[in-house]
Design a protein around this ligand. Structure first.
Ligand code: SAH
Length: 353
């Protein structure tokens, strides 16, 4: 499996192997099939940080594995806790020294983790900090899983919801993402319910359609941010590749294939996309799809110069949606005091080096 090869020394990344793949891998080494089950359980249920912890496997076998395989275990470099709402933001270091951000949020209905799917991003959304220096590389399945595992170990609490809304464009890392989604929700692993997993995309139409075919019950969130190609194009270069019309067709297709309603994300930027006309445009797009809209007051990023819409404007925007029976919630700004917006913590960390 080419995807599971670790960059360093070309060693197989063992935590990215599905149970079936692990069985095959160990079979080739002459190990009994049940060893794969034991090892999978250590990695994905007991959340072992190394082979050394796997005490029901022989010492000799563990040493051999440590030699042969790359074992992903993210290192915590920084934790910031919000004094307002208890949200925690983690900066994790990968084996090659790159860093990614993940966020832990406590809600009444359970604990939610927001993970990154890439180091940096190449989509170029104008208001987003993750994309300022472009894409460094995509994350492997184990590097996405381990953000959830590390946070579970650090907080000592079970994670019930996972959102892929951190750094990166998940559908630009399609193959690793789908392996990750299957392993995260596998009954032999953490077994997080697929319905509690959300993947957010800036709107890569072919991959949205492909995802609809995967037989997964996850929620797809689309970052819309503009209701016409022109408006969207001002904020998101990807709008030049796919039109709003194509996007809406892909959303309908996703719903038809999966039965799962799309969530639309709409970040409100003062004077750019927060007028009454914009709200009415959104109503027209959303109505046939019956999807939920998350309104996000744009989080100002120093390098970008965009300004958040005034609270009065945000409420007026939401009122228009409500009057037209569109379900729209203003996203609570979790962790505003701890660089809550995508890519901000990593950026600050790097400029402090
Ligand atoms: N690449 C994916 C997921 C990452 S971003 C996507 O585009 O959906 C998660 C959400 O936060 C997206 O809707 C993104 O547009 C939004 N976002 C990024 N930076 C933001 C900022 N500074 N203020 C408000 N929303 C932001």
């Amino acid at each position: 499996m080419a995807e599971a090869k670790n960059r360093e020394g070309g060693k197989t990344d063992i935590k990215s192997l599905t149970l079936e793949e692990l069985k095959k891998e160990l079979e080739i080494r002459g190990e009994k099939a049940f060893r794969a089950g034991q090892m999978y359980n250590w990695m994905h249920v007991k959340l072992a940080r190394s082979f050394a912890e796997m005490t029901n496997l022989s010492g000799e076998f563990r040493e051999e594995c440590a030699e042969r395989y790359a074992y992903t275990a993210l290192k915590t470099v920084r934790v910031q806790e919000s004094k307002i709402d208890g949200t925690k933001k983690y900066l994790f270091e990968l084996a090659d020294g790159n860093v990614v951000e993940s966020v832990w949020m406590k809600y009444k209905h359970g604990n939610s983790v927001c993970i990154s799917s890439q180091v940096g991003c190449r989509m170029g959304c104008r208001f987003c900090a993750s994309t300022l220096d472009g894409l460094v590389r995509s994350l492997s399945p184990s590097e996405m899983l381990d953000q959830v595992y590390a946070i579970t170990l650090l907080t000592g609490e079970r994670v019930s919801n996972v959102v892929v809304m951190g750094m990166g464009e998940p559908l630009d890392n399609y193959d690793n993402l789908t392996v990750f989604l299957r392993m995260l929700t596998d009954e032999n692993g953490l077994h997080i319910s697929q319905r509690n997993v959300t993947v957010s995309t800036c709107g890569l139409v072919p991959e949205m359609r492909r995802l609809a075919e995967e037989g997964l019950q996850i929620t797809l969130a689309l970052s819309l941010h503009g209701v016409t190609d022109e408006k969207r194009g001002k904020l998101m270069p990807v709008a030049k590749r796919y039109s709003v019309d194509e996007l809406m067709k892909a959303c309908r297709y996703y719903f038809e294939r999966t039965g799962r309603r799309i969530t639309l994300e709409y970040s409100l930027v003062s004077g750019v996309n927060d007028s009454e006309e914009d709200a009415l445009g959104l109503v027209r797009l959303v109505r046939p799809l019956g999807c939920h809209v998350n309104l996000i007051p744009v989080n100002p990023v120093a390098e970008r110069g965009f300004v958040q819409s005034e609270p009065r404007k945000i409420r007026a925007f939401q009122n228009i949606l409500e009057k037209n029976e569109i379900n729209g919630t203003i996203r609570r700004e979790m962790g505003r005091d701890i660089d809550g917006a995508c890519g901000q913590l990593r950026r600050r960390h790097r400029s402090a080096d």
